[in-house]
Design a protein around this ligand. Structure first.
Ligand code: SF4
Length: 204
């Protein structure tokens, strides 16, 4: 959905009064709906390539895709917007499959502290670069090894990802976990459902 679909209809005269993006930002601020763009947040999709094939992924792991954002293109983009960027999030595909992930991190860190969202398979390969980041978010859809493989379309052992997370935590990294709740993994949440409800009731 384009951002213009979030806005109330505007007349041709209104559109011609100011540049489109400035108008868009002003309108969203007026309506109390600041979009990431206006907060200086950049989601940098460094590659569409991924070694997993999650069942809910837009392109089911995007088989056959092998494109990477060139480091020089990233440099150009970041320098053009450097005064405006406040927060960079590295995403993919699987961003740790970028062959120059270390250079991408160094470039981004020159602008501001950066974070990444990853499936965690290549934590050990890029450990020193990951430790330069503000935070690392790892996507884990199940703590059951078989279910993990089924949902994420991989033979990777969950333990190898958990080991990588453990090493990051031991080194003091701020690690977050992403989980997409679906009918395939919701049973794992049932055990914590009631305590969460009780907590919500107690504060409402
Ligand atoms: S890890 Fe992310 S990019 Fe890769 S298949 Fe799963 S959802 Fe898609």
């Amino acid at each position: 959905m384009g951002y213009n679909q979030f806005l109330n209809p505007m007349s041709r005269e209104e559109y011609s009064k100011e540049p489109y993006l400035a108008m868009l930002q002003r309108k969203l601020e007026e309506e109390g709906r600041l979009m990431p763009f206006s907060r200086g947040v950049v989601r940098l999709c460094v590659t569409e390539k991924c070694n997993y094939e999650c069942v809910f992924c837009h392109n089911e792991g995007m088989p056959g895709v092998s494109k990477f954002l060139e480091v020089e293109d990233i440099r150009t983009m970041l320098s053009a917007y450097k005064d405006w960027i406040k927060d960079i999030k590295l995403v993919g595909g699987e961003p740790l499959m970028h062959p120059q992930f270390d250079k991408v991190v160094d470039l981004c860190n020159k602008i501001c502290k950066t974070s990444v969202t990853t499936n965690g398979v290549f934590i050990k390969k890029w450990f020193s670069s990951l430790m330069k980041l503000r935070s690392v978010t790892v996507s884990i859809q199940s703590l059951d090894n078989k279910r993990y493989g089924q949902i994420m379309g991989t033979n990777t052992r969950l333990n190898s990802v958990l080991n990588g997370i453990g090493e990051l935590l031991n080194a003091g990294m701020d690690v977050h976990i992403n989980c997409v709740v679906t009918t395939k993994n919701r049973m794992e949440l049932e055990g914590i459902n009631e305590p969460l409800r009780a907590k919500a009731r107690s504060i409402s």
